[in-house]
Design a protein around this ligand. Structure first.
Ligand SMILES: [Mg+2]
Length: 274
């Protein structure tokens, strides 16, 4: 797709991509965020974070548009921009929520399966106290509390490798396992890519043809990059790239630096090419 004749829309992972993997700072990305705002280019977080936690980050980042949360299980649409709810959507304050994954019961079944096969080696984020989540993630306490409120996706850690028979057992109940930067994730049959395609269609309906830009740093972002016209891989803090993210992707752009500094340069290059 020819950039310059279409508006870019930036779909971006947060942790380790727009936010620093250790400090959660996004200061180095401020120039690109400002330039996107001036050009009317949507910046759409696409994250495994919860709806509540992502909304808090939207405020910090100065973003007011839609976002994708819990690894593509839900899309939040600002009522101001998307005023007409449709079946299956629930209004929540200034956002309407589009649910793309089943809630609750099936995830509980998946957690039981994980505990049965991995036993005491497993720790679920949603079962930790807010101070424990803060200690595991480096998040401040208020955000750690929001990170525990999950609807569609259960992050967990496993001391050592996952049991070899676990992925098949999880698939047998219609769920999936994915590896993020910090946690494993148990979730429904959704990913960031399906949510990006759905939301990009909604945005194009309002803004006209879009060039979808996808940016991410871990294997969980692979579907996001596959759904994009321009894919940007952000290196890990040690400068290496997650090959599960990058392998075989045509037209992949590799950012020059980890986190928000690499994001900033890569996004500015794309915006200024237009
Ligand atoms: Mg990430």
């Amino acid at each position: 797709m020819e950039i310059g004749v279409t508006l870019p829309a930036i779909f971006t992972d947060l942790d380790g991509t727009l936010l620093d993997a250790a400090t959660y700072s996004f200061d180095p990305a401020l120039p690109a965020l400002a330039e996107a705002a001036v050009r009317g280019v949507p910046v759409v977080p696409c994250t495994t974070k919860t709806e509540a936690e992502t909304r808090s980050w939207m405020d910090r980042l100065g973003l007011r548009g839609p976002f994708i949360f819990e690894n593509g299980a839900g899309i939040a649409l600002p009522v101001r921009e998307f005023p007409d709810p449709r079946p299956g959507e629930s209004p929540r304050e200034a956002y309407r929520i589009v649910a793309l994954a089943p809630e609750g019961a099936r995830l509980q079944e998946g957690k039981v399966t994980i505990r049965t096969l991995a036993g005491g080696r497993v720790e679920f984020l949603g079962e930790l106290s807010a101070p424990e989540v803060a200690a595991r993630t480096g998040l401040p306490l208020d955000l750690a509390a929001l990170a525990r409120r999950r609807t569609f996706d259960e992050p967990f850690t496993c001391d050592g490798d996952l049991p070899a028979d676990l992925p098949a057992a999880i698939a047998a109940i219609g769920l999936r396992l994915s590896r993020g930067g910090r946690f494993w994730h148990l979730h429904g049959p959704v990913d960031k890519g399906s949510a990006v395609r759905r939301l990009a269609r909604e945005l194009a309906g309002r803004l006209g043809p879009l060039t979808v830009v996808g940016a991410g740093d871990s294997a969980l972002d692979r579907p996001l990059l596959e759904a994009a016209d321009i894919a940007v891989a952000i290196p890990r803090p040690d400068g290496s790239f997650d090959e599960e993210l990058c392998a075989g992707l045509p037209f992949l752009r590799r950012a020059h630096a980890p986190g928000p500094a690499g994001w900033n340069r890569a996004i500015l290059d794309i915006l200024r090419a237009g």
